[in-house]
Design a protein around this ligand. Structure first.
Ligand SMILES: [Fe+2]
Length: 343
């Protein structure tokens, strides 16, 4: 069996594959590591057939939708998941064939309604249901800590406790545990009374994950994250450093049109000498009036370098083929002590 644990900050996506048939699956892939998954699949000489999310993630951005578009692989989730881009919905007691391997599905609601664990040989991919030394929180609406109790403590006799536990998140760089270790040592699994367990879970004071709203919005819709939009825009334009711009301002480069796309007040409070003003929000509506010559070399500037990247990408899309963005923003320009004007 081909097996890769792909550490990504606190996330632990997994590549598993059948060495005989070269069929593979990715479990809980995260968006920032797309090239890594593809490189690992190439390295092992496998084709990814299934992209599996163990549940609707609220703490990171799932890559299943994007990878499915690139690989023509099937997105697999539990039958209660509401994501519209899921190709195959599965349920407890079913298996996916992966060459000579079997991926067994165990329905394990509690962390979310659509949580499942996946067993492949002696490995159990537990998603956020069972982590090393801790169990998944139950912070989302419509989930019930009692479900988690029933799964983890009432049904434990159904599981072989020598099975190895591979969770979706792991923050202390341990690669796995076993069910036996977790039942013996995990503090939250020592509450053997159902109501005591539910009370404990309800009284945990856990902070919400960062990006919760964006993660749920994009994971549930299959739509792009803001980082993806920025990355896609950045891949379509070229950039100029602030030092290069400073040199061109000093040399009074007449060819370069410096276009400040911040709001009016920000522009008025200080801008690069010679910069013209056209806020990002009015770009498409006023660009023909402001910049009638599409062959101009236009450099966009904003405060941090993100909005200017989007603006330059938009300009390229509508025919300004020489539009570029500053590889930073006015904040960096000011911090470098470079000249400002309010003219
Ligand atoms: Fe989760």
């Amino acid at each position: 069996m081909i097996f890769e644990q792909i550490a990504t900050g606190g996330c632990r996506p997994y590549l598993i594959g059948c060495a005989d048939t070269c069929a593979a699956a990715l479990i809980d892939p995260e968006l920032s590591q797309m090239d890594r998954y593809l490189a690992l699949a190439s390295h092992h000489g496998v084709r990814i057939h299934y992209l599996i999310d163990t549940h609707t993630h609220a703490d990171h951005f799932s890559a299943t939708g994007e990878l499915a578009r690139r690989l023509q692989a099937q997105v697999v989730m539990h039958q209660l998941s509401t994501e519209p881009f899921v190709d195959m919905r599965v349920d407890d007691g079913e298996s996916l064939k992966l060459g000579k391997l079997r991926i067994d599905v165990l329905y394990t609601p509690g962390h979310t309604r659509d949580s499942m664990c996946l067993r492949v040989e002696n490995r159990l991919f537990t998603g956020d249901t069972l982590l090393i030394g801790v169990i998944g929180r139950t912070y989302l609406p419509s989930v019930d800590a009692a479900d988690l109790y029933d799964i983890l403590l009432n049904r434990r006799r159904l599981l072989d406790e020598t099975v190895e536990v591979y969770p979706a998140p792991e923050y202390k760089n341990r690669d796995h545990s076993t069910l036996a270790q977790e039942f013996a040592q995990s503090p939250r699994l020592q509450k053997r009374d159902r109501q005591a367990f539910v009370d404990m879970m309800h009284n945990l004071s856990l902070s919400m994950p960062t990006h919760l709203t964006e993660a749920l919005r994009t994971n549930l819709s299959g739509a792009k994250t803001i980082a993806q939009l920025l990355s896609e825009a950045a891949s379509t334009v070229s950039f100029m450093t602030i030092d290069e711009l400073k040199a061109r301002v000093d040399a009074q480069d007449r060819e370069l049109v410096i276009l400040d796309v911040r709001e009016k007040d920000a522009y008025a409070s200080g801008h690069v000498p010679g910069a013209r003003h056209l806020p990002r929000g009015q770009l498409e509506l006023k660009v023909d009036e402001a910049l009638p010559d599409p062959t101009l070399r236009i450099l966009t500037i904003c405060e941090f370098g993100r909005v200017s990247t989007l603006a330059a990408a938009t300009l390229r899309q509508i025919g300004f083929r020489r539009a570029i963005a500053l590889d930073a923003g006015m904040k960096a320009w000011r911090e470098a002590g470079y000249p400002l004007t309010t003219d």
